[in-house]
Design a protein around this ligand. Sequence first.
Ligand code: ZN
Length: 236
Amino acid sequence: MNKRLEMIRQLLSELEVEVNATTATVGDRDFSALELPLIVQEIVDDLQPLLEPYDAAFYWFLFRHSILKDGNPHLRVSTRSLRRAVVRSAYSSAAENTISLGKVQDTLRALETVGAIRKEGEPNRDGTLYRVLIPEEIEACRKFRSERTASESELFIDNANIDYYNTRQNRIRVFERDGYLCRYCHKQLTRLTATLDHVTPVAEGGDNSLENLVTACLDCNSRKNMRAVGDIPAEQ
Ligand SMILES: [Zn+2]
């Protein structure tokens, strides 16, 4: 009887590994290396202000061992190993300066409450499976961002002259209007490779209005600037 129970237990744990392997790859977005700088910016801008210092340290640790490591947002962690691995305790000067298990659990709970991590299954011997979320997937971050950009755009409405060039949020609106396609060579661009080009150059009285800005790749943008300046040859 015990032997059969042991077999069932063994099969269940194998099954769990398989299920985890599947959920970790199917339906997940791939994180490309090019996206990482932007994700890091968003973590600092939109998530970190919502976290306590310990929570932020834990988030960075979990992020480093999941998305940053191989693009997979899932990882299994045990509270025991997190006590030593993440950060030193601020409350003890002992050489063995680990933070308490209770503090680790509080911190994980705080990250779950914000929505920065999500438990994906029951704990086993090796710890608990978590999914690490990035700011664009976290409701609280999206809210925080939209509140901030709302107050930013109020400033610009007061100005009556909306600047689509110098504000990141407005620049993105131009890219989105153009579908991230270069207006000149129609190359598909991303948030990281798209640049803004003034249709009428600033030197000729062009402004930063939506009408005077188009999405361009770096090549077309610099080639056009060369032409606008006129007497600088493209290659020297
Ligand atoms: Zn182009």
